[in-house]
Ligand binder design. Structure first.
Ligand code: NZQ
Ligand code: ZN
Length: 388
């Protein structure tokens, strides 16, 4: 464990099938004008909307709504929400949905009292908020992004063909999040498995960096083993509460800053996946699944010991009669087989990527330097071609 770091996470969590009961206590702490933000209709179909509205009424809140937050929320939708939030003189934003809704709520929260254009300020210039931040709370309905306990907010700009994430400071993290695993049971299988792979990849992005002996890596291995185990149960039996609750809990810990402590962290699979997302608007977890193996096979020689450890500690593969290279490759093959077993999309061409997009996607890929190799543009093109 080599780094110098601080650790603070201010989000209060309520977990379990009775967790919505705590919403009233939390809402009582904030002002009267609540902005209720949600997606394209799932919460109306499964009854969560009615439950939340009745609690808001009991609390005497004055509610305005921003419905229709789409997966991969857009900058145009952000401007629309800002208009409503300002007219309503919003005191508090309640996000009810998945990562898109939660990310969107954070983007609105840092922009309501800000005169600058939020896309330019936060997603082009990467500035920190200089204005009052409206507090956000979250009722999570999909496990995957970790947005419920982090400061990330990803917005897509289709005109610019860019999908950019800004990781804000602690003051933008949700004040509280309500995690009821039962709410995730109405997710279509496609979304459930995309979320599962998003969780797996968040852990990998942090795990595949550094060569020191680091407590974060041991925590990550435990989280990955739990996720793999629970995912196999959940794909067979989606109504299995125990499996769904373990998936929800690993999602939160995979990306709430804990396992990144003392790590340089990689995040190149996400940079590639986000660029694919900017061109295709595909489901986030699927974009990651489709680029992962070409990326990891490419960088494996540069982080060989860690890939061998991944094989042994996460996938339980014996080192006997294997070279380090063979062991490392066996780990990636085990991950590949698990991904196929879940039913993930393994090729970017299945997400709509065509040959003529490759150069543009490469241009939209931010190059980061925390992993085992800093890629150049030619290598990015090579990986993108191998992912088709
Ligand atoms: O819009 P509705 O009708 O609610 O349907 C949603 C949406 O179509 C549906 N859904 C959610 N909960 C459901 C449900 N359907 C039935 N029952 C339920 N209980 O699922 C679909 C996907 O939802 P979305 O919120 O888009 O998924 P996810 O949680 O994967 O969020 C993806 C967004 O988060 C960003 C991604 O880039 C993407 O924009 N990320 C945010 C991160 C962060 N804040 O740290 C990190 C991640 O790496 C990621 O980049
Ligand atoms: Zn992700």
């Amino acid at each position: 464990m080599l780094g110098n770091f601080s650790y603070h996470n201010p989000t209060k969590l309520y977990f379990g099938d009775e967790s919505l009961g705590f919403l009233k206590d939390e809402l009582d702490k904030y002002g009267k004008n609540v902005l209720l933000v949600y997606g394209g209709g799932s919460i109306q179909k499964n009854g969560i909307y009615d439950e939340v509205i009745s609690i808001l009424r009991d609390c005497g809140k004055n509610v305005a709504e921003v419905p229709g937050v789409m997966p991969n929320p857009t900058v145009e939708k952000l401007y629309e929400g800002l208009r409503i939030a300002r007219e309503h003189q919003t005191d508090f934003i309640l996000a009810v949905g998945g990562g898109s809704v939660c990310d969107y709520a954070k983007a609105v929260s840092v922009s309501i009292h800000c005169d600058d254009d939020p896309w330019q300020k936060y997603y082009v210039r990467f500035e920190e908020p200089t204005c009052e931040i409206v507090p956000v709370g979250c009722v999570l309905t999909m496990a995957g992004t970790g947005s419920e306990m982090n400061a990330g907010s990803v917005i897509t700009n289709h005109d610019a063909k860019l999908k950019i994430g800004h990781v804000f400071g602690d003051n933008v993290m949700p004040k509280f999040s309500i995690l009821n695993p039962k709410y995730t049971m109405t997710l279509p299988k496609y979304q459930m498995i995309a979320g599962i792979y998003d969780i797996m990849n968040h852990i990998c992005e942090q795990y595949f960096s550094g060569e020191d002996d680091n407590t974060s890596d041991y925590i990550s291995e435990g989280l990955m083993r739990s996720l793999i185990h629970a995912s196999r149960i959940a794909v067979q039996d989606p109504q299995n509460y125990e499996a769904r609750s373990n998936i929800m809990w690993t999602a939160t810990w995979a990306l709430n800053t804990l396992v990144s402590r003392g790590k340089s962290t990689d995040w190149m699979v996400h940079m590639l996946g986000q660029a694919v997302g900017a061109y295709t608007d595909a489901t986030h977890g699927m974009t990651l699944a489709a680029v992962s193996l070409p990326y990891y096979r490419y960088i494996m020689p540069y982080g060989l010991q860690k890939f061998a450890r991944f094989a042994a500690e996460v996938w339980g593969i014996s080192a006997a009669d294997k070279t380090t290279e063979e062991l490392a490759e066996a780990g990636l093959s085990a991950m590949e087989a698990w991904m196929q077993e879940l039913g993930l999309v393994m090729k970017t061409s299945e997400l709509g990527v065509t040959e003529d997009m490759i150069e543009g996607i490469a241009d939209a890929t931010l190059i980061l330097d925390g992993g085992y190799r800093v890629l150049n543009r030619d290598e990015i093109v090579q990986i993108l071609k191998a992912s088709m």
